[in-house]
Write a protein that binds this ligand. Structure first.
Ligand code: ARG
Length: 285
């Protein structure tokens, strides 16, 4: 395909998505390690290009690997219950420090090397993410009780790109660690976003896990529920997939699961007909 064809293919999408909100979940995994500055720079370029053509991107991030690293540097030991880390007060301090003090400004700075548009927010700001404890035995691990989208909307209305850490807060001001996949889906729903996009370290969803040619390019929430029920979708993908299902049922037009390791994956998915990952829309219940 010629370069001109590529640009012509992009045009209807640029038109269709102008003025629309696209929530992008950027994983802590994508940032961990050494060579990832390049990956972050490419991601930042995509966000800036989307913004330049009139899309309203919102970035939501966690930072699991970075939290683990600081906990071990500080010698804070973790206890696990059913595979989930028990978040005591000392651990929660570290979660807040890492997400708000390290990961968030790293993403903000990367975007701002291409334009002065990114604004870092914590889920505690204006109580964007109201949390409820998941299970008292897990400490300060929270679920999203409610999203207050007002601050995000005003940042968007002023033409900036919000970058949001998934620290939540309860009615008494206690901070909680919230799963970033779930938080991103809930934020997309509260913003009535056009899309929720998950950047992962897998190549979309596959019908056969080990077979790259079995990539599911398009599916519906109904089909996806069947794939969860029959075990095709399993393990670590389940929270992501369930967040996609819930967001689409809640009015988000489409959810996308993409391989964040592909250079400029956001542009390839949004501005081509075929895309490069898995796109999930409403449909058969
Ligand atoms: N660019 C279009 C969109 O973002 C189509 C993407 C198709 N992607 C796919 N994985 N089938 O809506």
């Amino acid at each position: 395909m010629s370069t001109a064809d590529v640009l012509v293919e992009a045009l209807p999408y640029i038109r269709r998505f102008a003025g629309r909100t696209v929530v992008v979940k950027y994983g802590g995994n994508a940032l961990a390690g050494t060579s990832d500055h390049d990956a972050l720079a490419l991601f930042a370029e995509d966000i800036v290009l989307m913004h330049t053509v009139g899309i309203r991107p919102v970035v939501v991030h966690g930072g699991g690997p970075q939290i683990n690293e600081l906990l071990s540097r500080l010698g804070i030991e973790s206890r696990f219950e059913n595979g989930l880390r028990v978040t005591d007060a000392a651990t929660m301090d570290v979660v807040r420090m890492v997400l708000n003090g390290q990961v968030n400004p790293q993403i903000v700075s990367a975007v701002n090397t291409h334009g002065n548009i990114a604004v870092g927010l914590s889920g505690e700001d204006a109580r964007i993410l109201q949390a409820a404890p998941r299970d008292p035995s897990l400490g300060f691990v929270g679920d999203v009780a409610r999203v207050r989208p007002e601050l995000i909307e005003s940042v968007l209305a002023d033409g900036f790109v919000p970058v949001i850490s998934t620290v939540g807060v309860d009615g008494s001001g206690q901070a909680y660690n919230i799963n970033a996949d779930t938080a991103a889906g809930a934020i997309a729903e509260a913003l009535s976003a056009e899309k929720i996009v998950y950047l992962t370290d897998i190549a979309g969803l596959r019908r056969v896990v080990d077979d790259p040619s079995s990539l599911i390019q398009r599916t519906t929430v109904g089909e996806l529920e069947a794939l969860v029920a029959d075990g095709t979708v399993a393990g670590g993908m389940i929270p992501k997939v369930e967040s996609c299902i819930q967001a689409v049922r809640g009015g988000v037009r489409s959810a996308h699961i993409l391989d964040g390791r592909i250079a400029h994956v956001l542009l390839l998915e949004l501005f081509t007909d075929e895309g490069v990952g898995t796109m999930i829309t409403g449909g058969p219940q």
